[in-house]
Unconditional design. Structure first.
Length: 423
């Protein structure tokens, strides 16, 4: 006879996942939703509630996987009527739409549970901690996360962001504070059997909301195929020494700190490429001119993702001085391509990088941060052996710590622990 405990440990659990953003081949939150769903389907029987507008991409991917030995999740597609979507623009419109979508998702989740009888529920996306999940209202153990958004720009840096940047930070902080006052957000935190926080800053806020068991797990991950593709890129280690920053050109991204550091480093035969577009571009171009480095700085504008990843093979250092980034997907992509990263010692990027694979710069005041960034640039530009060491360490760190298989194995173990405790 097989002991009951052993049979229970080997049983595939019936899991209902809410993943508003869930789409293959995308970055950021759609990638989180897709990879968690597919990873958990390796371990358990998974049903997923997601948006109907992602169905085409999901169905295409499932058809390709249907001939393999993979266990595939079942998808339930939910969306508001088309006539109710015209106002889904801007943060307020999206937030309201998401609330209404969750009401429909909860209705379908309750019906599914009556039919299937789930063992637990798991909210994956959106990853914002200051917005509730209605799945917590089902009479089942509930796992929330990884959720993020508790990160804040250090106060001394906000003064440098200009009027538009300061206004954006004020609006963000206000929206987050209002979210924390939402009774549904507090109920989601209190009723969760376990909450995964993407950063320690978010974990601290969740505990204040009443979450009983909070653990830190970055929402950033990479599939083995993505890691292999980036690691196979041919490295261009020849001069000129090239720095790169990638992302939307927004004040809080901190690209102005990278420009100031580049000017202070006084590098010979070096270039600084900035990939992305946004409202801060004009301000950044003026700053580069004012600092006397405009001829060495290239603003490449927005590029498609595959073109961005190609450029990483031409980069010697990714400069990512974001002031409050819970993820920082471009950091792991650069590291997988063998490009060391210099980031502030804040939020998600600081969790991805260690001293061997890059540089984590102090974020106490702008002048000190700029000085330390400039020192990192100069050190790497003048020491090719150090660059080789950090390049190899960056590749290893992504493979060892950021693979989705490893993360999903861990989440599966949490599923069993939660269900076991509830039983």
């Amino acid at each position: 006879m097989v002991p009951t405990e052993m049979r229970e440990a080997e049983r595939r659990l019936k899991v209902l996942i809410s993943a508003y953003a869930c789409e293959p081949g995308r970055g950021s939150e759609p990638s989180v939703g897709w990879h968690v769903v597919m990873g958990m389907a390796r371990h358990h029987d998974v049903w997923v509630i997601t948006r109907a507008n992602q169905r085409t991409a999901i169905d295409r991917e499932l058809r390709q996987a249907s001939g393999t030995s993979l266990e595939l999740p079942r998808f339930c597609y939910v969306d508001l009527p088309a006539r109710a979507r015209f106002w889904k623009r801007g943060p307020i419109g999206i937030a309201l739409y998401y609330y209404l979508w969750q009401i429909l998702a909860y209705r379908d989740a309750r019906a599914l549970h009556r039919t299937i009888g789930f063992d637990l529920t798991h909210h994956v996306t959106f990853v914002k901690y200051s917005v509730p999940s209605l799945l917590v209202r089902l009479p089942l153990p509930f796992l929330w996360g990884p959720v993020a958004g508790g990160e804040s720009a250090p106060r001394p840096f906000i003064r440098e962001l200009g009027l538009r940047g300061r206004a954006a930070e004020t609006a963000r902080n206000l929206a987050r504070a209002l979210g924390e006052l939402d009774p549904l957000v507090r109920a989601t935190a209190r009723r969760s059997a376990l909450v995964l926080a993407a950063t320690q800053e978010t974990a601290d806020r969740l505990q204040k909301l009443g979450a009983r068991d909070v653990r830190v797990l970055s929402q950033v991950g990479a599939s083995s195929d993505e890691i292999e593709a980036l690691q196979s890129q041919c490295r261009e280690a020849m001069p000129p020494f090239r720095l790169m920053s990638i992302g939307r050109l927004l004040e809080w991204k901190g690209f102005h700190l990278g420009l100031r550091a580049f000017a202070a480093a006084r590098l010979v035969n070096a270039e600084y490429w900035i990939i992305g577009d946004g409202p801060a571009r004009n301000r950044l171009e003026k700053l580069a001119k004012k600092l006397g480095v405009r001829d060495s700085v290239r603003f490449l504008g927005g590029l498609q993702r595959h073109h961005v990843l190609e450029q990483l093979s031409r980069c010697h250092l990714l400069v990512h001085p974001s002031l409050h980034d819970s993820g920082g997907w471009v950091c792991w992509e650069a590291m997988a391509a063998g490009c060391p990263v210099a980031s502030l010692d804040l939020g998600g990027p600081a969790m991805q990088i260690d001293d061997a694979s890059g540089f984590r710069v102090t974020a106490t005041n702008p002048d000190r941060t700029v000085a330390e960034l400039a020192e990192c640039m100069a050190k790497l530009a003048s020491d090719s052996a150090l660059w080789e060491l950090k390049s190899e360490a960056a590749r290893r760190r992504v493979a060892d710590t950021l693979g989705w298989d490893r993360k999903c194995d861990y989440i599966s173990s949490l599923y069993r622990s939660i269900v076991g405790s509830a039983a």
